[in-house]
Design a binder for this molecule. Sequence first.
Ligand code: ATP
Length: 834
Amino acid sequence: MQENNFGGLTSQEAERRLKEYGYNRLKSKNRKNPVGIFFSQFKDIMVMVLLGATVISVFMGEIYDAVTIILIVLMNAVLGFIQEYRTERTMEALEKLTAPTARVIRDGKEKVIDASLIVPDDVILIEAGDQIPCDGRILRSNGLWCNESILTGESEAVRKGSHDNMVYMGSSVTKGNAVMVCESTGMNTKMGQVSSLIDEAGNSETPLQRKLGTLGRVLCLICAAVCALVVVAGIIRGEPIFDMLMTGITIAIAAIPEGLPAAVTIALALAVRRMMKRNALVRKLHSVETLSCADVVCTDKTGTLTENKMSVTKIRTSDKEFAITGNISADKCLQELMNCAVLCNNAILSENDGIGDPTEVALLVAAKKCGISPESIRSGCTRLSEIPFDSESKRMSVTVSGHPGTKTYTKGAPDVILKTCRMIYTESGILPLTGEKKRELYEEIDSYAAGALRVMAFAFTDEKTGYDVFLGLTGMLDAPRAEAKDSVKALRKAGIRTVMITGDHKLTAEAVAKEVGILRRGDMVISKDELDKMSGKELDKIISKAAVFARVDPGDKLRIVQSLKRKGKTVAMTGDGVNDAPAVKEADIGIAIGKNGSEACKQAADMILLDDNLSTICEAVRQGRTVYMNIRKFVRYLISCNIGEVMVMFLSILLGLPVVLLPTQILLVNLVTDGLPAMALSLEKSEKEILRMKPTEFSGSFFSGGLLGRITIRGILIGLCTLGCFAYSLYLGCALETARTCALVTLIASQLIHVFECRSEHKSVFRMNPFENMALVSAVLVSAGVTALCIYVPFLSVAMETTPLGLPEMAWSLIFAAGVPVASGLLGLITNRE
Ligand code: ATP
């Protein structure tokens, strides 16, 4: 009955046209190419400073220094390039995965294809929630409404049909369905013409990155001031100007945490990849951070908390109840109810399973169990029109001819259907639906719903009288997912409340909510009627106690999110239908359901759940928190090390000592400590207790929990011990070059020790197994190896102006390095800080 008569293109024809017209894409986004990525590495401040240093060196005839600096700049650029290139690839893969798809008729069959492969004359099926993939003409439509705000700025949806039969790329279907034929694609569409709209690629800088960027700029300013101070002080003291300029530059190099913003992006991108493996597709990077501090998760019931595998277990006609355990034989009333269930239905039953809405598939399966063949009912009818189901009206109607004559069948939420019914279909014909009978039916509905059944009612419109005639009810079982209970529990432990928002009956919702542990003593269940009566303020008062919102419309979700946000909550909200899109957009973390989710909702979402599972949200929170903690870890590491380096240089000048480290040596320190070890920290696995911490621990200032104090103290200790080692070496009569090499070893070693301490904010380094993060162990070994090479390989040691250290020098250098954690521990004991 519902097959279309539109043959569509053949695959060969489509291929030919694709060659002729090109891909159905708008001007491609500005993804960087590898060459661009490489050259962008030279744009940052540190490289500018270094290039300044090179120019000064060349000018002063220090060609050796200049070459070394350039080599190190190149190595830094290569490292940066590798990291950024990988991030770009991940983002590109993500974009491909989230690219819109479209349902087309090709070779006479319905196929889902990438929207970019659509060509002119393709026949496309669209329905509520879809984004229109190209410009085209409607061939047939059922109550089609489109939102064309992206083109016209008009936020009201417009009716499409015979009077206005053009639809445009970028607009979305808000209601109904249609078959359209493509007329233009890509840049030939209206959207293509308004190409200024397209460069909305946007700046994907995350709030955290912005915070860190500001921090970086503050540090730069401080360092510029310190540099100026040192240079001026040195020159006044009579030091050579060139030496002082170089020292100033060295301090600048030491202080700029230039790798930080890149490291954050990489950490986030890695988390995105990990989440993808766990079925959570992140569309916007910043949502990874936001996830860490989510404190309310608002979720649908069907599919997320339940299996979305419906089966009809009970059917109730005017005066009989049927338990659908095995096959049963249908009487007249059941037969008519099933006619409605089969005809007012868009699902198809194949041999092994069904295609379409699981609710509708369940009805077809039930019909078969009643000995009724859906195919034979459908083959005798022609559908004349359809008012599609949507979560707002909670009903669906079709008018069919040939049964015999013309008949309108309706199915939907029982309260909605019963409201309009004045008659009831019985064995003895159509009778008035009395108040008493209605009450009896409502009681029946409540008892079905209290048993966690999803209830649906059926009716038809009597042609003679124009009255709606009630046919009966079905009760469907949709079992809670096995993982739902554990996920709700895990989220609660993590300080996150789960709220169920459903279009289903209050009692069904309540029963399921109790079963999965969302509804506990003292919690409230709010129905749409109650919600409608509440003002915004009244809603705000009870919102923290509400665990279930039942029989609500998608539009109500927006009110709920806004109320939660007014109460200062960070809200994650799931959605699937097109009407959910505003709420999903409004939520701090909008989550689209992947399997049956509409394109509009997916486009509005920050994250897509590929398996529609609440446990995936739980996992995503864990990943979000892990990445936040890991970023804190490497910020702690990088900044304390930078402070240490600046302290060494600054104090040596203040104390009138020779310059401790030369520019090339500071560059070496940056290369071996800031690069690999910091990156390896972002690979740290999540700590066990991460899901036992409260959301507030992730939402405060980035340096909350005394982190800034710890960072500063550690930086000062690194600086003092390095300076101590340098002074001690000089005191023992070592040559300046040897003393510098000793200081270099102390500085690098103390940082490489510190990186292990940064693995956890809660556990001491002795309580952690260092081999849990083999990447970190390897990174540290590589860094130590490179340092050793720079000291012991003759030509490298000449370039770095180091001297090979003997055993005693090496020993005291390392002892000074070990002094840092010891001093820090003692300080902690005294101040009770660490
Ligand atoms: P959730 O919002 O958690 O997914 P839900 O699936 O029950 O819950 P809706 O899809 O909005 O919410 O359905 C609301 C009600 O509409 C259902 O309880 C059911 O009675 C009725 N209903 C569901 N699907 C259909 C359909 N295809 N045709 C007619 N009525 C339907």
